[in-house]
Ligand binder design. Structure first.
Ligand code: DGJ
Length: 729
């Protein structure tokens, strides 16, 4: 494992536990070629896969057909404008106005560990856990230097990539595109796996055949978005959930992104990922550098399941930080769907009192506690407690909640400003806007210009002041609209193209500051549900609100997509009231509990008003949470059946690392009349162990459970669920 350089062959070999990645330096011009990525190979002599001996050869041997070479060679980091007509990773506006870039290798450094990316979220690991290759290259004409970073992990099949570009010349130039990673593969009848969505319908899985031409997903909304997700995977045509080649790319970033697969004339596929080049233009003065965010590459020969396991491990061990990363999270009750804006101290304490008696551990006060915010038209930016609602002040409420034995959490939307706010009346120029145009409103609010230091300073102080004023142990950081009308009064004309990225850097700076000053705080990110559920935000908060749609059935597919690439410990999931506020569906309280158990678990309802028979189930659900959460949080997740595919039932399971315990969740969505029981083949167990099924007295051999499976009787009714708990004997 690790990284090696074979000088004679000019080959770099990067190994993870089960994959190899091979880079070949080619020709006198030192082109950096991508030779191989896939199942582990012992040998490093794989440079031949760059096909430099076939026509059109390399330029030094065939200058006549230089363009044909450039348009066919598998580049590690594709450049622009000189004859490679496929998607480039970089382009510039040079002092003379030209856009071309070309890189040749100049040197490298290999070392243990992994560097931090300044101001950006990134995966991390100790010197024992990972090693890094820095590949140096330059464009002599532009006086530009680039460092391609590759870090490999010892315990998971992931390679983290990013790029740093430096202006070594005197004159400034502009980066008009700076992607983070490029991957070239021979086509394997690939299907492109992406996730699409909308508000209340996030991260729905989509497969499409990779055809000739370009197929992409992207965001220009200033956030990773409800609509597209900063993730793509190429699944070989013959690969399945359990077997075959899958290549994933996931972007550790929370703003505009672009990810694309392009099949070319020779049936090779180039996949790229990075900051969306649209509306991006970054000025680099003499000696200045631009660091791209990180993209993580994952290879699995064990189908989608293998990719899931590697990403889960990466995020649990090498991305999420802080006190709660391996800890059970307090069971919370959030008052949003219980009261919306209509609450006061008395109402919140009534909820808290009942909740604490039932075993709920934390009250979260959502939107509406500040300024004059009795609806969503006002007061964002005025982070002063509304004492008409919270009589006696915030500290009084928090103390009372603490006296009930519960923790207290609070909601903020720090990035926003209402046109109807004291803050806007004093600082109208703090909103992102294009001069001469009234900025578009969404939820009747504008976005704060977090590229400005004074705006960040004020924003931080307003929320920190509240957090310092009482014993607040949790923050829900919300963001309820995308960016538009991109313009900052503080940026010079030739730097307006930096605003989108500077905004994201501003958000990261604020969250880093927050968790540094309040290291015991549990931070949950949220964006109108799950519009900013991405690896970037996970670096700051161990959990993210998955979706505003808490209907148990809708959640099956939302959580299926999310869990394919994120650990269950990150998925904010609550039991909500019925008829469900988003879809009007009525589902059994029991099933709502089973589905929420797959995530962080909590309640989003007025516990004083729900039917008595539902309330009576809460202590039992809480018992289950305490019993199963270690397993759910830390176990390996396996998808067994997908309701989105079969339209009838959903089934997934988690297995403890030592394979001695497993929990299967089965939800029948629609009952099928006159039908046989469902046969479920389990996964991830030990073939050698025997497992007892809790409550049934049956004992099965592990291999029987996996190869022959078990039968689950059709429950009578729709939306019925079942948990099956297995323990090794
Ligand atoms: C959107 C969030 O997703 C909800 O949970 C809630 O916090 C509202 N915003 C409050 O405005």
């Amino acid at each position: 494992m690790g990284i090696e350089f074979f000088e004679e062959d000019r080959i770099f070999k990067l190994d993870t536990p089960r994959s190899s990645y091979i880079i070949s330096i080619v020709d006198e011009e030192n082109f950096i070629g991508h030779a191989y990525y896939g199942k582990k190979c012992r040998d490093h002599h794989l440079g031949y896969l760059c096909r430099t001996k076939e026509a059109p050869f390399v330029p030094s041997k065939n200058a006549r057909d230089r363009l044909s070479f450039l348009d066919a060679f598998p580049f590690e980091y594709s450049t622009h404008g000189l004859g490679d007509y496929r998607e480039s990773c970089i382009s510039v506006k040079a002092p003379g106005g030209q856009s071309a870039v070309s890189f040749g290798y100049t040197g490298h450094r290999i070392y243990k560990g992994k560097p931090k990316l300044e101001g950006l979220p990134a995966t991390f690991g100790t010197e024992e856990e990972c090693s890094t290759l820095e590949l140096y290259c330059e464009d002599k004409v532009l006086n530009m230097e680039a460092t391609l970073f590759y870090s490999v992990f010892e315990d998971t099949d992931v390679i983290a990539r990013s790029v740093k570009i430096t202006n070594k010349g005197k004159e400034p130039f502009y980066l008009t595109k700076a992607l983070s990673a490029c991957l070239e593969l021979d086509d394997q009848d690939f299907e492109l796996l992406t996730m699409h969505g909308s508000w209340a319908r996030e991260r729905k899985i989509q497969y499409r055949k990779v055809g000739y031409g370009q197929q992409s997903v992207a965001s220009l909304r200033g956030e990773s978005s409800h609509q597209d997700h900063p993730f793509i995977a190429l699944k070989a045509g013959d690969a399945t959930q359990e077997r075959g080649d899958v290549y994933g790319m996931h972007f550790v970033y929370s703003g505009n992104f672009f990810a694309q697969a392009e099949k070319n004339q020779f049936d090779t596929v180039r996949a790229v990922m990075g900051i969306n080049p649209k509306d991006f233009c970054w000025k680099l003065g003499e000696g200045e550098s631009f660091q791209t965010p990180e993209a993580v590459l994952v290879y699995s020969s064990e189908g989608i399941d293998g990719m899931t396991t590697s990403l889960h491990k990466l995020y649990r061990k090498h991305l999420i930080r802080g006190e709660y990363r391996n800890k059970k999270r307090p069971i919370l009750i959030n008052n949003w769907e219980a009261t919306y804006f209509d609450f006061n101290t008395e109402k919140l304490l009534q909820i808290a009192k009942q909740a604490s008696e039932l075993g709920i551990e934390m009250l979260v006060m959502d939107d509406g506690w500040f300024g004059k915010r009795n609806d969503d038209n006002t007061s964002l930016g005025d982070w002063d407690v509304n004492e008409e609602k919270l009589e006696g002040g915030l500290k009084h409420l928090v103390d009372e909640v603490n006296r009930l034995g519960m923790k207290f959490g609070i909601w903020f939307e720090p990035e926003m400003i209402s046109p109807d706010s004291e803050l806007y009346r004093v600082h109208p120029d703090w909103a992102i806007a294009v001069p001469g145009r009234e900025p578009g409103r969404a939820r009747n609010q504008y976005v704060l210009d977090l590229s400005r230091k004074e705006v960040r300073e004020h924003t931080y102080e307003s929320i920190a002041k509240i957090l310092r004023s009482a014993n607040i142990e949790y923050v829900k950081w919300d963001m309820n609209r995308p960016l538009s009308d991109i313009g900052s009064v503080k940026l010079e004309a030739d730097r307006q193209g930096e605003l989108f990225h500077r905004y994201v850097l501003g958000v990261y700076e604020l969250q880093e500051r927050l968790i540094t000053e309040f290291p015991h705080l549990l931070l949950e990110n949220c964006s109108g549900g799950g519009a900013r559920f991405d690896p970037g935000m996970l670096y700051y908060s161990p959990q993210i609100w998955c979706s505003d749609d808490a209907d148990a059935i809708e959640r099956l597919s939302i959580q299926e997509g999310t869990a394919m690439i994120y650990p269950l410990s990150t998925m904010g999931a609550h039991v909500s009231d019925c008829p469900n506020h988003t879809v009007g569906r009525v589902t059994p309280f029991e099933t709502r509990g089973y589905v929420a158990l797959a995530g962080t678990f909590g309640y989003e309802l007025d516990v004083t008003k729900i039917p008595q028979e539902d309330r009576e189930q809460i202590p039992e659900q809480i018992k289950m949470y305490h019993k199963y959460n270690d397993l759910v949080r830390e176990g390996e997740y396996y998808r067994i059946a997908s309701y989105s595919v079969n339209k009838e039932y959903d089934c997934y399971m988690v297995v403890s690392e030592d394979q001695r315990e497993a929990l299967v969740t089965f939800v029948q969505v629609l009952n099928r009349p006159n039908w046989k029981s469902r046969r479920i083949k389990l996964k991830g167990l030990s073939a050698e162990l025997d497992y007892a099924v809790e409550g049934e007295g049956e004992v099965y051999a592990g291999d029987t459970l996996m190869n022959a499976g078990i039968l689950i009787e059709n429950p009578w009714g729709d939306f019925k669920g079942k948990l099956i708990h297995l323990t090794a004997r």
